[in-house]
Design a protein around this ligand. Structure first.
Ligand SMILES: [Zn+2]
Length: 311
């Protein structure tokens, strides 16, 4: 667990590797608001973090999902079971998949097969509809006097919201403001890149969401992958450039027929590799590849999917 100012904490979900995916906690008046849950295997880490803070699951009042991709929401059902006083907040397009996770699970099975799906995500537990609150654009959650504002932020996924802390002006952006692994921190700051995972990547919407974030000038943003980043204007300009670069990669690759996905992957790896090196990362190319390979494959699949859908 990492402690930030203003009673904000991050907990490592343990998903994939260390410092890959975070859960964030905000504490007010000894009550807890949780943003994203990790998977069912992350619930123990959240419990440990609460105990270290002298709290328990009984103090959890809100569990808010930035979106329903399983590295963010896979543990929501189990966590809601463990937190009897909590309300689950989610985008209107995500709600029905939490009430009945069958479709979500079927799509995971189609990507990973049963053995790997179970290893990655365990199982998905349904949440009672009466415990779910749809969080639309403009909703304000008054959490013991600290108001959190909900923004609808499509682009990474259609079911994506952002949570803005009006007390600190900080934001919890899920995957809308890219991903940034702490291994790439250099004297130039954080290295961030766009997440275009399947199947709802929409570059135009994503740029719009990023511009909206920049216009509000948050002092810092808490990403799910991985936690707090500063220098928001600089990162944001780079992310806007990258959206265009991703689109260019997709367009340049579409002539390759059956090889399209492979070509996108090669170009995506080269683009992000060069950016990491320009950013001053001094580790080996092999290490860079290890750290970003999962993103490269998912982002490439998302771009290929977008090409198909938009052609
Ligand atoms: Zn996602």
């Amino acid at each position: 667990m990492t402690s930030f100012s203003n009673n904000i904490f991050s907990v490592d979900t343990g998903y994939t590797r260390e410092k890959f995916a975070a859960v964030h906690l905000v504490i007010e008046n000894d009550k807890v608001l949780i943003i994203d849950t990790g998977t069912v295997f992350s619930v123990k880490n959240i419990q440990n973090a609460l105990e270290r803070l002298g709290l328990s699951f009984l103090r959890v009042e809100w569990i808010i999902l930035t979106h329903i991709h399983l590295d963010h929401a896979g543990g929501a059902g189990q966590l809601m079971k463990n937190c009897p006083n909590a309300t689950l907040g989610v985008h209107k397009k995500g709600k029905r998949h939490l009430v009945d996770p069958t479709r979500l699970w079927t799509s995971v099975l189609s990507v990973y097969g049963e053995a790997k799906a179970k290893k990655l995500y365990g199982e998905l537990i349904a949440i009672e509809e009466s415990r779910i609150e749809v969080l639309n654009e403009g909703v304000e959650i008054n959490f013991h006097g600290r108001v959190f504002e909900i923004w609808d932020t499509p682009g990474h996924a259609k079911h994506h919201i952002l949570i803005r802390d009006t007390k600190t002006k900080a934001m919890f952006s899920g995957d809308t403001f890219g991903v940034s692994y702490r291994e790439f921190d250099t004297e130039q700051g954080c290295f961030c890149f766009i997440s275009s995972t399947p199947t709802q990547f929409e570059p135009f919407d994503l740029s719009k969401s990023i511009r909206r974030i920049l216009a509000a000038s948050p002092p810092e943003i808490y990403l799910t992958h991985y936690s707090k980043v500063g220098h928001i204007q600089k990162i944001g300009q780079e992310l806007l450039l990258q959206v265009d670069e991703y689109v260019q990669i997709a367009n340049e690759s579409k002539e390759y027929g059956a090889q399209t996905l492979k070509v996108i992957q090669e170009k995506m790896l080269a683009l992000l590799m060069n950016k990491a090196i320009d950013h001053g990362y001094t580790g080996s190319k092999k290490r860079i590849t290890e750290l970003i390979w999962l993103d490269v494959t998912l982002n490439s699949a998302g771009l290929a999917n977008w090409l198909n859908a938009s052609s």
